[in-house]
Design a protein around this ligand. Sequence first.
Ligand code: SF4
Length: 152
Amino acid sequence: MKPTNTFKKAIWVYHLNTGSCNGCDIEIVAAITPRYDAERFGIKLVGSPRHADVLLVTGPVTKDMEERVKRIYAQVPDPKFVICVGGCAIDNGVFYNSYNTLGGVDKVIPVDVYLPGCPPRPEAVLHAVVKLWEKVENQEKTKAKLKKYARK
Ligand code: SF4
């Protein structure tokens, strides 16, 4: 993993469980404990989607959660990003064909990074956030370059 000074600013994450078995959630909790210490990279878990840059979503989307997921997504300020954590968040996973789930998270909101695993390990959760971070910074650099060339 790259050192923290690679990134310009901290990234704030809101954790949302849309119907997971809690396996993925426990790994996310492990990622923020002192053993893995996500905050040393500037990755901070926040208590409100209104303060977040990124939604970290676990589980398939249950029918009950559909409207809530959309509402929570709308509450995250732009520019916003979504990482879905675990096989269930990607494509329903072990809940395949369940009467009460709609499928993966991208059935309801746009997703930027897919992290497979059942559940993915804390190192993988950190890696997914860092990958998203790099993607965002690369987009910003490309935008800045395009602006520079547009002025010439
Ligand atoms: S991917 Fe595995 S651990 Fe994660 S919510 Fe689904 S069944 Fe549980």
